[in-house]
Design a protein around this ligand. Sequence first.
Ligand SMILES: Nc1ncnc2c1ncn2[C@@H]1O[C@H](COP(=O)(O)OP(=O)(O)O)[C@@H](O)[C@H]1O
Ligand code: SF4
Ligand SMILES: [Mg+2]
Length: 334
Amino acid sequence: MSRLLEVEDLTVDIPLGEGVLHPVRGISFGVDQGETLCIVGESGCGKSLTSLAVMGLLPSRAIRTARRLTLGDTDLLTASPRLMADIRGNRMAMIFQEPMTSLNPAYTIGNQLEEALLQHRPVPRQAARERAVYLLEKVGITAAASRLGQYPHQLSGGLRQRVMIAMALMCGPELIIADEPTTALDVTIQAQILHLLADLQKEFRMGMILITHDLGIVARVAHRVSVMYAGQFVEQGSVREIFRNPLHPYTRGLLDCIPVPGKTPRGSHLGSIPGMVPSLVGDLHGCSFRARCGFARASCEADIALRPLGVERAYRCILSPEESARAAVAEAAS
Ligand SMILES: Nc1ncnc2c1ncn2[C@@H]1O[C@H](COP(=O)(O)OP(=O)(O)O)[C@@H](O)[C@H]1O
Ligand code: SF4
Ligand SMILES: [Mg+2]
């Protein structure tokens, strides 16, 4: 599989009145063609700013730096605003949590879908219309042609999100970034939309970054996983490794928050990780999870490097893999 997106040492800094916020602190990852990378972490860990940094959509006062940020052969760090505008929606597209932030209430669904293609391709409107109908059907919308004249407010939340997915696919992008795309929807619809996204990703062989705070979702759709905490990746690996042998206490904390089929009794209380994500303003030192970690010791106050363990597997903790395994057993027994 060929590498589609390459991100090396990406940081985002946002100057604020009280100091500089460091929401993304030197993260590296890649996405292959036809692969789904899930970035998972609690709210406030820098996931959305990571995706906005890749898309070139950060707030204007934010400062982005990276050693490398490439989409195929295109260097996104040196791309002009004009080139970035052409790449967005065309070669890479984003699906946001709340479709109403991306759909314009004043225009029909048909008009917005067609424009998504016409902005980037010199095709007749009729061809854009046909593609809109084709994609609305693909995302499971019945009587697609008759929906073209409808306005966003005439659709349910689930249907709007399907329209957003169709819109993201209009130009046949190489990369899709879906930022918590189902969080605003009820549980049944969430599952439908996720399966739909996973099917489309396979069918169109797109690279996908799926951002979520829910490891249950990750288990169903990810190939690889990056666990993000306080602006850093604390663990990376294949979905199988992350679930079978989580090495970072934070990853295990997230895993404890999802029900295990056949093990977790219906209605039982699931764990949540005590404590909060620390402030990301000012100078940050040491393991950022230490205030919440049952294994913290003095040496955790020094900066902890990401510890590589073979191909695309790494974690950021002073505990060795053996100590981590023992820690996991101790946690399970407590
Ligand atoms: N435009 C902004 N200006 C200032 N701070 C921001 C802005 N956007 C996000 N933040 C802050 O950056 C941190 C990371 O945010 P975000 O990337 O949205 O996290 P996540 O998507 O993981 O919930 C949070 O502390 C958030 O409050
Ligand atoms: S480095 Fe220390 S505080 Fe951080 S997760 Fe590992 S044991 Fe816990
Ligand atoms: Mg977010």
